[in-house]
Write a protein that binds this ligand. Structure first.
Ligand SMILES: C[S@@+](CC[C@H](N)C(=O)[O-])C[C@H]1O[C@@H](n2cnc3c(N)ncnc32)[C@H](O)[C@@H]1O
Length: 445
C-alpha cells in the first residue's frame, strides 16, 4: 500500500497547467482527500470481470461490466462480514456480489434496472438445484422438437435486429427460443440463460469496448453447436460445484428489478450492513445498446419499450435527457461542464455536458438513498472510474466521496486499483494522461 504524495499522479491526471489547477475546485478536492488516497495496484485484476473466467457457474454468462468474485471476497474479509450481516448491491448487474456473499452464507439483496442483469442474477443460483446430466438430457429432447417449432415473437422492429444475424440463424434462434419458453422452471430459466449467452457468437456483433460493434466479415457460430457447447460448459460446472462441495445457498439472494435512485419499494429484510458495488461509469456507455440482442429476444416487445428502458437507467450515456432546471450538483462538476460548454460546437460530442450533469444529479440521489437505507456503522465499497473529456479530467472518486460526506458518510479511504489509458484520439490531441479506477470506502456513522 502506498500513500500518494499530494497528488503527484494527479498533476499528470489533470493535465492542466499548474497555475490554473491551483485555483480549481478539482484541485481543492485533491487537497481535501490527499491523505485518504493510496494505491493498491494488486487489486487491478479484481475490478474487472476477467477474474471470473475460472469461477464455476459465474462464468456461464459474460457480463463484461462485472467485477471479480475475488473482489467481493476481498471486501467481505476487509469489512469482517459474517452470516449476521446483510449485504446490499444497489447496481447488482449479474449478481457477483450476491453470488460471493451466498458462498460465505451471508444474506444479500440486489437491485438493477436492466432486466437481463436481474434475470442472470436470479438464474445463476438455480444451477445449484440441478443434477448432473439434467441439462444435457433436456437439450436432447429439445433438439427433436426444434425443427417443427414456430419462430418466437421477438422485437424485430429494432434496427440492430434486422442486421445482426444471417436470416437462417435468426430463424433457428427464434425456434430454439420457442421450445425453451415451453419448458418448466427452473429448466426454462437455466436454458434461457444459456441461450442468451450464445446470441453474440451467433451474430455479426461483438461487445467491443464501449459499443456493440457490427462486424460483417465475422464468422457466425452455428446455433445448435453453440448451444450444445454451452450445455457442456453448464454440465461441467454443475459437476465441479458438487465436487468442490460449494455450499448451496441456504436462501437465494433477493434480486429486484428496480431503480436505486428510489429504494422506497424495496423489501429489505433489515438494514443492510454493507454495500459492495459498482455503478455505471460516466463514460457514455449505454447498457441498453450493448445488451440489445438479449433485450430484444426476451425482455422488450418493441423499439418503444427498448427506448423507454434506455431513458430509465442511470444517466451515464450520451442520449441521457436533462431538464433545463437541472444543474451539476457539485462545483467540480460545474467547472468541467462550464469549460466543455464554452467549447460549444468544437466539442467531439456536444451532449457530454448534459450527460455529466445528469450523471451526478442521479448519483447524488443514489447516495442519499443509501444514507437512508443503511444501518448505523454500515460500510460501502464502490468501484468507480474517473473520466476525462477533451483534456478535462473529472475525479469522479473524489466528487462522489465529497457528496457522500454531505449525505452523512465518513470517507475512510480512496484506493487506486489501476490507471487506465485514454483513447488514442484524446492521446493525440491532449497527451497521454492515465485516469484512476478507484475503490471508495465510506462508513455510515
Ligand atoms: C458496473 S455494472 C455492475 C456490475 C456488477 N458489479 C456485476 O458484478 O455484475 C452497473 C450496473 O448498474 C445498472 N444500472 C443502471 N442504472 C441503474 C439504476 N438506475 N438503478 C439500478 N441499477 C442501474 C446497470 O444495468 C449495470 O448492471
Amino acid at each position: 500500500m502506498r500513500q500518494l504524495n499530494l497528488f503527484e499522479k494527479d498533476e499528470i491526471i489533470t493535465g492542466a497547467p499548474a497555475k490554473a489547477a491551483n485555483h480549481s475546485y478539482r484541485h481543492c478536492l485533491k487537497g481535501k482527500f490527499a491523505g485518504l488516497l493510496h494505491e493498491e495496484l494488486r487489486l487491478a485484476n479484481l475490478v474487472s470481470y476477467v477474474g471470473n473466467k475460472g469461477i464455476p457457474v459465474l462464468r456461464l454468462y459474460r457480463y463484461k461490466e462485472a467485477f471479480a468474485f475475488r473482489f467481493v471476497e476481498e471486501f467481505i474479509s476487509r469489512f469482517g462480514l459474517c452470516e449476521k450481516d446483510y449485504i446490499f448491491d444497489p447496481f447488482c448487474g449479474m449478481g457477483t456480489t450476491l453470488f460471493a456473499a451466498s458462498q460465505k452464507g451471508i444474506p444479500s439483496i440486489g437491485v438493477d434496472k436492466l432486466p437481463i442483469a436481474v434475470f442472470v442474477a436470479q438464474t445463476l443460483p438455480l444451477f445449484y438445484t440441478l443434477e448432473p446430466g439434467q441439462i444435457k438430457e433436456t437439450f436432447e429432447k429439445l433438439r427433436t422438437k426444434v425443427l417443427q417449432a414456430p419462430p418466437a415473437v421477438i422485437a424485430l422492429d429494432v434496427t440492430i435486429m434486422k442486421v445482426a444475424f444471417p436470416p437462417d440463424t435468426l430463424l433457428a434462434l427464434r425456434k430454439w427460443k420457442t421450445v425453451i419458453d415451453d419448458l418448466e422452471s427452473p429448466l426454462r430459466d437455466v436454458f434461457l440463460l444459456l441461450f442468451l449467452s450464445i446470441l453474440e457468437p451467433c451474430s455479426y456483433t461483438s461487445k467491443d469496448g464501449q459499443f456493440l460493434r457490427l462486424i460483417r466479415e465475422k464468422k457466425v457460430a452455428d446455433t445448435e453447436e453453440a448451444l450444445q457447447g454451452k450445455v457442456y460448459e453448464a454440465e461441467r460446472d454443475i459437476r465441479l460445484v458438487k465436487e468442490i462441495r460449494w455450499k448451496q445457498p441456504v436462501q437465494s439472494p433477493a434480486v429486484y428489478l428496480g431503480d436505486t435512485r428510489n429504494l422506497s419499494d424495496i423489501a429489505f429484510e433489515c438494514q443492510p450492513t454493507a454495500i459492495i458495488t459498482s455503478p455505471p461509469y460516466a463514460n457514455r456507455y449505454d447498457y441498453t445498446r450493448t445488451y440489445s440482442l438479449e433485450l430484444c429476444f426476451h425482455f422488450v416487445r418493441n423499439f418503444a419499450e427498448l427506448k423507454d428502458l434506455r431513458f430509465s437507467i442511470l444517466r451515464s450515456h450520451i442520449e441521457s435527457k436533462v431538464d433545463s432546471r437541472e444543474k451539476p450538483p457539485h462545483r467540480a462538476v460545474s467547472e468541467v461542464v462550464d469549460i466543455l460548454r464554452e467549447r460549444g460546437k468544437a466539442l467531439n460530442n456536444p451532449r457530454i455536458p448534459d450527460m455529466l450533469t445528469g450523471y451526478f444529479v442521479d448519483m447524488q440521489r443514489v447516495i442519499t438513498e443509501w444514507a437512508w437505507v443503511l444501518g448505523p456503522g454500515a460500510r460501502v465499497a464502490m468501484v468507480v472510474d474517473n473520466v476525462r473529456f477533451e483534456g478535462e479530467s473529472l475525479p469522479v472518486d473524489l466528487v462522489l466521496s465529497d457528496m457522500a460526506e454531505e449525505a452523512g458518510f465518513q470517507v475512510e479511504e480512496i484506493i487506486v486499483a489501476r490507471y487506465k489509458g485514454n483513447s488514442s484520439q484524446q492521446m493525440g490531441k491532449y497527451g497521454r494522461v492515465p485516469v484512476r479506477e478507484s475503490i471508495v470506502i465510506w462508513r455510515k456513522p
